[in-house]
Design a protein around this ligand. Structure first.
Ligand code: CA
Ligand code: CA
Length: 404
């Protein structure tokens, strides 16, 4: 019995020791700051001490943020450093280096000029957050870059002039600038020359201006009713006469219109049942050195006339994309309708169109009894000569027996 009581006493002492040890790491530190407790010296009451400790350690006070300004500004393109506007951050319990500082945009963005709302937050070790709202002003003092077309721009009297006709390139560090233009000399409603001032203005009202000459000209038609008004950047207009199987290339006259025939080529147009369509085509400029055709032959120096109609300028067909594999029975048909709708020519002539007519040139396919100039013919091939008949005589490719 005596043993039993001693054991109980020991075990309760052990429990007290354990409880004391278990709470020691938590209570020691705040207890030291509370002098009332240490001065008391009364019997230790674990329950009371635990509640005292929890009251002392609870941190409900957020840090204090002091900023040098709540309305910072910076120039677009520079980097905004929110740390630089923080004067101080203090907290009652958490050391400065343990306070988490953060920055968050709440409205707008800092990629463009204007005002942006943001918050700077400071969080102490207990999770108390202080928030300071700021308004960041992003400034833009860089004017747009504006490059106008180099030469005088031609535009048709009666057509609305657009800035896209005048501007070669425009850009700004803050999005798309607004382009406006004013006539500073001349009259857009009269034939002749005008001087136009073009201005690009960004969102911050920075602007760049330049002047350009515009030639307002009347639309011009020839006897056949074609619109032969010159187009900037297009030296030629190409006419294809289905009746005479001739391609006539027109250059510009002194007024910049296509009235001057400069060169003519014999051709084959579409044969019966495969007639080449007539009309005015703004050729897209899509071109192929070799182009597989619908009948599995290959056209060389192929320039698309009309995607919708599937017609092109190209050479007499080849059986394969090789210069010594000419579909020779078709060659001497040049000067007569023979194709499935395309305009066939000798290599040299198909190449002339291929290399000399820029994207967007105009082709007019028509019927007329006469031509303004006449082509010089072409070298026919001897269909019995197996060596030479597989080559286009005008082909300048190395190995062409016609060149020997
Ligand atoms: Ca605090
Ligand atoms: Ca700008």
């Amino acid at each position: 019995m005596k043993h039993k009581r001693l054991l109980l006493k020991l075990s309760s002492l052990l429990l007290v020791a354990l409880l004391t040890a278990g709470c020691g790491s938590k209570i020691n530190e705040p207890a030291e700051t509370e002098t009332e407790i240490s001065a008391d010296g009364s019997e230790i009451d674990l329950g009371v001490q635990a509640s005292e400790v929890s009251t002392v350690s609870e941190d409900t006070t957020a840090p204090t943020i002091e900023l040098t300004t709540s309305t910072p500004s910076f120039e677009l393109g520079d980097e905004f450093d929110y740390i630089s506007i923080i004067k101080s951050i203090t907290d009652d319990t958490t050391a400065k280096e343990n306070i988490t500082v953060d920055f968050e945009i709440t409205e707008g963005d800092i990629e463009h000029a204007g005002d942006t709302k943001a918050n700077i937050t400071a969080t102490d070790a207990a999770g108390n957050i202080a928030t300071e709202g700021i308004v960041i002003t992003v400034t833009d003092s860089v004017a747009p870059t504006l490059e106008l077309k180099k030469d005088t721009v031609t535009s048709i009297l009666g057509d609305k002039l657009s800035w896209q006709e005048l501007v070669a390139s425009v850009s700004d560090n803050d999005g798309e600038p607004v382009i406006t233009f004013d006539v500073i000399e001349g009259d857009l409603d009269k034939a002749g020359y005008c001087t136009i001032e073009v201005t690009a203005t960004d969102a911050s009202k920075n602007s760049t201006s330049g002047t350009i000459k515009v030639h307002r000209k009347k639309r011009v038609y020839n006897d056949l009713g074609w619109d032969i008004t010159g187009i900037d950047g297009q030296p030629y207009l190409v006419g294809v006469n289905r009746t005479t199987c001739q391609v006539t290339v027109y250059g510009k006259d002194d007024n910049g219109n296509y009235t001057s025939p400069v060169i003519a080529f014999p051709c084959s147009v579409g044969r019966e049942g495969w007639e080449t369509p007539t009309g005015r085509f703004v050729t897209p400029g899509t071109r192929y050195e070799w182009r597989r055709m619908i009948d599995d032959t290959y056209g060389r120096y192929a320039t698309v006339i009309s995607k919708a109609d599937g017609i092109l300028f190209h050479s007499v067909p080849y059986y394969s994309p090789n210069p010594d594999d000419l579909e020779w029975p078709e060659f001497n048909k040049l000067g007569h309708p023979a194709s499935l709708g395309c305009i066939r020519m000798i290599c040299a002539h198909a190449g002339w169109i291929f290399y000399n007519c820029p994207e967007g040139f105009v082709t007019i396919i028509y019927d007329a009894e006469t031509d303004p100039i006449h082509h010089n013919g072409y070298t026919h091939i001897d269909e019995s000569n197996e060596k030479t008949r597989v080559w286009d005589p005008s082909d300048i490719t190395e190995g062409n027996p016609w060149r020997e």
